[in-house]
Design a protein around this ligand. Structure first.
Ligand SMILES: Nc1nc2c(ncn2[C@@H]2O[C@H](COP(=O)(O)OP(=O)(O)O)[C@@H](O)[C@H]2O)c(=O)[nH]1
Ligand SMILES: [Mg+2]
Length: 244
């Protein structure tokens, strides 16, 4: 059973989001938009989009952060009867020409989480690029494997059943700490994962709400928390790996 949709967390990206929705609908994907307590201007654009067939909109009364918005969208996707969800940013930084490939691989590996392996161009802010290397190393330690080559790219197809089983049983980070944390925790559960290269572009006039100090501090404390979580689970993770 493979019935996919897209889940798009939106926080004040009203200029870019219509083109993202157009591209996803053209690729045959229904869209679940999650308005993360955006400005009135962005709300109005999202309401316009939601008039269209196959576009669903949910509203969070209080800003949750990217992770909180994605989790709300994944729950809504399952409620609507979808089995898989493509997580994609609203700001147009992901290469939507890859949607068909991601869906093809997901359809042939329905149990797997399909993750984007980002190929950055020169537009990537250097501070972000270096911070990612630190995250890669933490993720290798905390997942007890080198199987996760990137954990920050928010372009992935989630199989909803195992993903919601995790989200409903653990309190995950609700901001920019979400993308790496969910991968490590799924890896602890032996979730099959696949990586596909995909181009990531930071538009010159693009609007990123990533807060360099605050979000990096949040991500560091998440890695530390996962480190102790990994130590506690070490015997059971290794046992599961050996008997898999
Ligand atoms: N930063 C941020 N993004 C949010 C929030 N809620 C939803 N989002 C969405 O999460 C995605 C990633 O945010 P973005 O600012 O582009 O971060 P970046 O891609 O890491 O630079 C976009 O689709 C945002 O619209 C929030 O509270 N803060
Ligand atoms: Mg972005």
């Amino acid at each position: 059973m493979h019935k996919p949709c897209a889940v798009i967390p939106v926080y004040n990206h009203e200029t870019a989001v219509p083109a993202v929705v157009d591209a996803l609908l053209a690729a045959g994907l229904p869209c679940v938009l999650v308005d993360d307590a955006s400005s009135p201007a962005c709300c109005a654009v999202l309401e316009q989009l939601a008039v269209r067939e196959q576009v669903f909109l949910i509203r969070l009364a209080v800003n949750q952060g990217k992770g909180g918005a994605v989790m709300a969208g994944l729950r809504e996707a399952a409620r609507l009867g979808f089995t898989h969800a493509l997580q994609v940013d609203a700001d147009g930084q992901h290469d939507l020409r890859d949607v068909a490939t991601f869906l093809h691989v997901s359809r042939h590996n329905p149990e797997a989480l399909i993750c984007g392996y980002p190929q950055y161009d020169a537009s990537v802010p250097k501070g972000r690029l270096y911070a990612r290397y630190l995250t890669h190393v933490w993720v290798w330690i905390n997942s007890l494997s080198l199987q996760i080559p990137d954990s920050m790219c928010g372009f992935r197809v989630y199989p909803l059943t195992p993903t919601l089983a995790l989200i409903n049983s653990v309190k995950l980070g609700k901001r920019m700490d979400f993308d790496p944390e969910i991968l490590v925790r799924l890896a602890w559960r032996n979730q099959p994962m696949r990586w596909l290269p995909t181009r990531v572009h930071y538009p010159q006039d693009g609007l990123s709400h990533f807060r360099l100090f605050h979000d990096n501090a949040l991500i560091s404390s998440m890695h530390t928390k996962l480190f102790f979580g990994m130590l506690l689970r070490l015997p059971s993770i290794l046992w599961r790996r050996c008997t898999a």
